[in-house]
Design a binder for this molecule. Structure first.
Ligand code: ATP
Ligand code: MG
Length: 261
């Protein structure tokens, strides 16, 4: 049975999507059957993986609105171990529609309950907010990976997501766990990065991932190639870090994605 990992932080631009796409490929390269699902209405995963509209045969909104089955919106990628469920960039009206549909909180859990046997890992890239689809995801997920950019307000954001996770655990999904807090865009020699890392380690000593993802200009450049950096430049510092992140995650879980709680 696969493990569902939500990639969540209610703040934009912290590296959620970058982590989702690169970690998904790194797990697939480890021969783990992996499914990446995008539920962020900005549709960034599709753009980052080169799925233009003409290549998308259906998306998660079609599933939420019962116009397509989940199986019919699973797309193959260039890695045989990685499948992808996109979301099309939504118009304002469709985003409102998605928010309405997402008010049925168990919708994603019901869909994934039958899919979880086909994959070792299911990664879900979330929008930078806690309302809407993020709550559906947290109800369906086994664990949460929290990417955080080393910056002044980072700690407040982590506290906020921890509070929300505790609420979901108390009221909706008692089995939800923290996969880890991941420092992204880390600049080893700066005071801010040092301070943030130190404070996070003090406050959440058991939750920090050992690996952090270095800041690397090539990550932004890879977005122009519509492929994750792990494919365009596997020797880049951040690619190597994402490969190590997959190793760490696999080591923290038993083989084949069987849940360790
Ligand atoms: N390790 C890195 N080094 C340099 N730039 C990075 C790194 N990781 C991500 N970025 C860049 O930072 C920006 C934000 O990253 P990303 O889109 O992954 O964040 P996000 O949390 O998904 O944002 P949003 O909440 O808006 O969806 C992007 O331009 C991305 O290319
Ligand atoms: Mg994103």
């Amino acid at each position: 049975m696969g493990k569902i990992i939500a990639i969540v932080l209610p703040k934009g631009g912290v590296g959620k999507t970058t982590t989702a796409i690169n970690l998904a490929y790194a797990l697939a390269q480890n021969k783990k059957r992996t499914l990446l699902i995008d539920v962020d209405p900005s549709g960034q995963c599709a753009t980052a993986l080169g799925f233009t509209d003409d290549k998308i045969k259906g998306d998660i909104l079609d599933v939420f609105s019962f116009s397509k089955s989940f199986k019919n919106v699973i797309h193959k990628t260039d890695d045989p171990n990685l499948d992808f469920v996109p979301i099309r960039r939504l118009s304002y009206n469709n985003e409102k529609r998605l928010a309405n549909l997402a008010s049925r909180e168990l919708i994603l859990k019901d869909v994934l309950d039958s899919e979880v046997y086909s994959y070792n890992y299911i990664l879900i890239d979330c929008p930078p907010s806690l309302i809407g689809t993020t709550t559906n995801v947290l109800i369906a997920a086994d664990s949460v990976l929290i990417p955080i950019k080393a910056a002044k307000f980072s700690l407040n954001e982590v506290d906020r997501i921890m509070e929300h996770i505790n609420y979901i655990k108390d009221h909706r999904n008692a089995n939800l766990r923290i996969e880890g807090i991941l420092l992204t865009m880390h600049e080893r020699n700066t005071k801010v990065a040092f301070k943030v890392k130190k404070e996070l380690l003090l406050k959440y000593p058991n939750l920090m991932m050992k690996i952090s993802i270095p800041k690397n200009i090539e990550v932004a450049e890879s977005t122009f190639l519509s492929k994750p950096i792990i494919l365009t430049n596997p020797d880049a510092k951040s690619s190597k870090a994402y490969i190590k992140l997959a190793d760490e995650l696999l080591a923290n879980n038993s083989f084949n994605g069987v849940k360790v709680v």
